[in-house]
Design a protein around this ligand. Structure first.
Ligand SMILES: NC(=O)c1ccc[n+]([C@@H]2O[C@H](COP(=O)([O-])OP(=O)(O)OC[C@H]3O[C@@H](n4cnc5c(N)ncnc54)[C@H](O)[C@@H]3O)[C@@H](O)[C@H]2O)c1
Length: 402
């Protein structure tokens, strides 16, 4: 049982929509397990009734008095003492709210993808550096026991050196019905589609398991128009519905990632990760092994392990101290672990596992896919990180004054 020492930290939740609800459940789990070094003192949402709903729930679940605000301006003007803000807003506001809070002396944990573009992500990292504060990327997948296990299987010899992987999903989502508008279908707020939304998880995972990516070649398209009702108007969505991408890793590993919702007929999903001594398969190409132990491992001699068994084998290799570091209080799910990392970092004055700089490096891989799709050329990820290649992101950088 982890009973870590450190000061108590006061937190604000900014953006009280769907994912913030998952964070709330994560905070509740931490409390139930005995983590008492944090209080949530404020909830902020431009739809103030959502902030009030969070405040009411925390009052009844934890007995805390939580102030509700309609904007970060109101929170900062209130004079309430806040050590950290957990930002779960639409992508376009991540850098706006993040930098505003950092400038006011508040550490931030920002949902993935850290910024709407590479420049936006760099702005968050630079502001945190200047202010000497923590800017953390809320990326939960690599922290979950399933992903830690696969990292071990590839990096500790069981599966040998990784040599190739395929992550493919093709399915059909009828484009005809007009959907309800949300910020995700507006490029200025969402940044664009699944390459950088759920895809933010996979780009982080592949860097975590296999190391840095040298270059990317991709096609990214809108095969079908999709329309959404926004008030009285019907608008066209900006998101891609097809991509296929080839990744050249610095290690020599090659990977292929393809996705579409515009392939009529029977769909399929396959993830295969191959090493010189064996492979792992799963059926999730965005957050494999992060939520369930679905996959299977098979070695060249035919030995097979369920993912549950592989997790046991991995846990047996860990010292008690390392187990406590990775899975405090015995927690093995990603979201409570990412929240715990932020709380523990603020409480004890240590860095977080995934800071804004690390988030930016994953973000650059997503953007390299779009940049390659736009130019039709192979794109070096380093050129996207440096800003040398930015044609696809330029309109967004201009819109957000970056
Ligand atoms: N880690 C994950 O597994 C996961 C899953 C889903 C979403 N997300 C991420 O969480 C973030 C939020 O996504 P969501 O699905 O919860 O969206 P959502 O639309 O459900 O919630 C966003 C909330 O932010 C509020 N908001 C908008 N502008 C604001 C502003 N300027 N100030 C304060 N509040 C504002 C909205 O009113 C809304 O309540 C995104 O970054 C998304 O990518 C992560």
């Amino acid at each position: 049982m982890a009973k870590s020492k450190g000061k108590r930290v006061n937190l604000a939740i900014v953006g009280c929509g769907g994912m913030a609800g998952a964070h709330l459940r994560g905070y509740e789990e931490l409390l139930q397990r005995g983590e008492d070094r944090f209080r949530i003192v404020a909830a902020v949402d431009e739809a103030k009734e959502r902030a009030e709903g969070f405040a009411d729930r925390l009052a009844s679940q934890a007995g805390w008095e939580v102030a509700a605000f309609g904007s970060v301006d109101e929170l900062l003007d209130s004079g309430l003492k806040v050590d950290g803000a957990d930002i779960c807003s639409p992508h376009g506001f991540h850098h706006v709210l993040g930098c505003q809070l950092l400038q006011a002396g508040v550490n931030v944990l920002i949902e993935k993808p850290i910024g709407i573009t590479v420049k936006a992500s760099k702005k968050i990292a630079a502001t945190a550096r200047r202010r000497g504060l923590v800017a953390a990327t809320a990326e939960q997948c690599r922290r979950a026991i399933g992903q830690r296990t696969i990292h071990w299987a590839f990096n500790d010899g069981l599966l040998g050196d990784p040599t190739m992987w395929w992550a493919i999903q093709a399915r059909w989502q009828d484009p005809e019905p007009v959907g309800g508008w949300s910020w995700r279908v507006d490029r200025r707020l969402g940044g664009c589609g699944m390459v950088m939304d759920s895809g933010a998880h996979w780009v982080d995972t592949m860097r975590y398991w296999f190391g840095e990516i040298d270059s990317v070649f991709a096609r990214v398209e809108q095969v079908r128009d999709r329309r959404f009702r926004k008030g009285r108007r019907v608008v066209k969505g900006a998101q891609e519905d097809f991509w296929t991408a080839i990744f050249n890793f610095k290690s020599g590993l090659a990977g292929t990632w393809s996705w579409t919702i515009s392939a009529p007929g029977k769909g399929f999903t396959q993830l295969t990760l191959a090493g010189t001594r064996g492979s792992i398969i799963d059926s999730d190409i965005f957050h494999p092994a992060a939520f369930q132990a679905n996959g299977e491992c098979q070695l060249t001699d035919g030995t097979t392990y369920s993912m549950g068994k592989l997790q046991e084998m991995y846990l047996d290799t860990l010292s008690a101290a390392r187990r406590e570091e990775l899975f405090p209080y015995g927690i093995t799910a990603g979201v409570p672990l990412e929240l715990w990392d932020f709380i523990d970092a603020l409480s004890r004055g240590r860095p977080v596992e995934i800071d804004a700089e690390e988030g930016m490096r994953s973000k650059a891989v997503s953007e390299a896919i779009y940049e390659s799709g736009k130019s039709g050329q192979v794109v070096k990820v380093a050129d996207v990180v440096s800003g040398k290649v930015d044609a696809w992101q330029r309109d967004l950088n201009r819109y957000w004054n970056l």
